[in-house]
Design a protein around this ligand. Structure first.
Ligand SMILES: NC(=O)c1ccc[n+]([C@@H]2O[C@H](COP(=O)([O-])OP(=O)(O)OC[C@H]3O[C@@H](n4cnc5c(N)ncnc54)[C@H](OP(=O)(O)O)[C@@H]3O)[C@@H](O)[C@H]2O)c1
Length: 206
């Protein structure tokens, strides 16, 4: 359960990006919503595969934790100038795992390296996406939709097999916290306040 849908979805994102040419030697991979369940597991998996992982987070106080699970560098969302996103900016990323949508995803598209791949997983910030075709037709970037719910059975089995082998997270204990069922109201408050990080496994029986 520590992996759960978040772990499967992160691994499916890695699989789809690699199917589209992503390799560690292509350059850095950015992971947004980095302290979340999908983000933290994606960081762990990508670092384990030898990628240079850059974690984008809103939580400055979690920078050391993000580095401890595999991030080579940590960027803060507050450092980005999301009000002035150019159609094309300096190419920074060979790959991207995006959990936020909205302006952050638009900024990522504008900063992809040639032939870079973006795994669009989440909408934690917004369902909107206002971008241009420039990253796609002038840099060959790919925007890959990641849907865990209807993934075909053969792909599902392949991704779970990878989760047991080359994508097996190395820091699952550091990413996961176990809580009692009765503690759920407090846990939900932490999520609503934007203070949660990693995965929370709920112990149903005492
Ligand atoms: N496509 C699929 O099949 C699939 C499967 C599972 C999940 N999802 C989606 O993927 C996203 C991530 O899931 P998760 O389980 O990792 O969620 P989570 O544990 O709640 O993490 C989301 C992270 O996003 C950032 N965030 C939260 N609210 C934000 C806001 N208003 N603006 C900007 N950043 C915000 C925070 O990270 P930082 O503070 O570190 O930035 C937070 O830890 C969700 O949108 C979820 O619905 C999609």
């Amino acid at each position: 359960m520590a992996l759960g849908t978040a772990g499967f979805t992160a691994a499916l994102g890695v699989q789809r990006m690699e199917d589209n040419g992503l390799k560690p030697e292509n350059g850095a991979v950015i992971v947004t919503g980095a302290t979340g369940g999908v983000g933290s597991l994606a960081i762990d998996m990508l670092a384990g595969r030898g990628y240079e992982v850059v974690a984008l987070t809103g939580k400055a106080d979690q920078a050391d934790w993000l580095k401890s699970i595999g991030a080579a560098r940590v960027m803060l969302r507050s450092e980005l100038d999301l009000a002035n996103i150019k159609p094309l900016d300096k190419g920074l990323w060979a790959g991207a795992v995006d959990n936020l949508g909205g302006d952050v995803l638009a900024w990522i598209a504008s900063t992809m390296k040639p032939w870079g791949t973006i795994a669009s997983i989440g909408l934690a910030a917004s369902t909107d996406l206002n971008t241009t075709v420039m990253p796609f037709i002038l840099r060959g970037a790919s925007l890959l939709g990641i849907d865990s719910g209807y993934a075909p059975a053969a792909i599902r089995e392949h991704v779970w097999a990878r989760l047991a082998t080359d994508l097996r997270p190395r820091h699952l204990d550091a990413v996961t916290r176990e809580v009692a069922f009765d503690a759920l109201p407090t846990e939900f408050d932490r999520f609503i306040a934007g203070q949660a990080h990693g995965r929370v496994v709920v112990r149903i029986a005492p």
